[in-house]
Design a protein around this ligand. Structure first.
Ligand SMILES: [Zn+2]
Length: 208
């Protein structure tokens, strides 16, 4: 997903819960996952290459770091870890076929507004048909040049990130469902992370 949409999702879901300083640290850590060094060899940052288990493990590792950091009084590290794994959770909807599988139930006719999307339907999360886009580096590099896309896509494998992504509105109406699912998922991840926090941990984390 493009950085501007990660920012939009994060503010739409959490903007009124944290201080401006905390939101800034969380958002920076989130979009920094798309730095060049984070794009190469880090499927777990973006749910790429069908690395589902690896990404779930990464999310839980970072969530544990949020808790440990707050217990040692380090809010900055907690915000950074939280931002890092929110990036993965949000990319799930842009890089997998979850939204496509959810919409398939309605025979291609989206029956409801995008805000009705269920972000964690267990039968889809565990579906044998769930896939995420494979990253073919050469094709992805060429795909970045928008003018080249019409020439490159026909030669790019259909299971690639280039074909499957819902990274921006240019990808069509499914993008709106990916956005809404990512907003809901971000709230769920926030609630899961802060469950059981002491008053002091809440104060530190929310910075309010
Ligand atoms: Zn990403």
């Amino acid at each position: 997903m493009l950085s501007q949409y990660h920012i939009e999702i994060t503010f739409a879901s959490l903007g009124d819960r944290f201080s401006a300083r905390a939101m800034s640290a969380i958002t920076y850590a989130n979009i920094n996952q798309d730095r060049l060094g984070g794009l190469i060899g880090h499927d777990e940052f973006h749910f790429d290459n069908n690395a589902f288990e690896k990404t779930y493990a990464y999310i839980e590792e970072q969530r544990a770091l949020v808790v440990a950091s707050l217990k040692s009084g380090d809010a900055n590290e907690a915000w950074r870890a939280f931002g890092r794994f929110l990036h993965s959770a949000q990319d799930f909807y842009a890089h997998s076929n979850y939204v496509a599988l959810w919409l398939d139930r309605f025979n291609g006719q989206p029956p409801t507004p995008p805000s009705e999307v269920d972000p964690l339907d267990p039968s889809l999360i565990h579906s044998p048909d769930l896939r995420s886009g494979k990253v073919y580096y050469l094709f992805e590099l060429l795909y970045l040049a928008k003018r080249l896309r019409p020439y490159i896509l026909p030669y790019t494998p259909r299971d690639s990130h280039a074909w499957m992504n819902l990274d921006s509105p240019e990808q069509g109406f499914k993008f709106d469902y990916a956005m809404q699912a990512a907003i809901k998922r971000t709230v769920i991840e926030f609630e899961k992370t802060t469950e059981g926090f002491s008053e002091e941990m809440c104060r530190l984390f929310l910075d309010k």
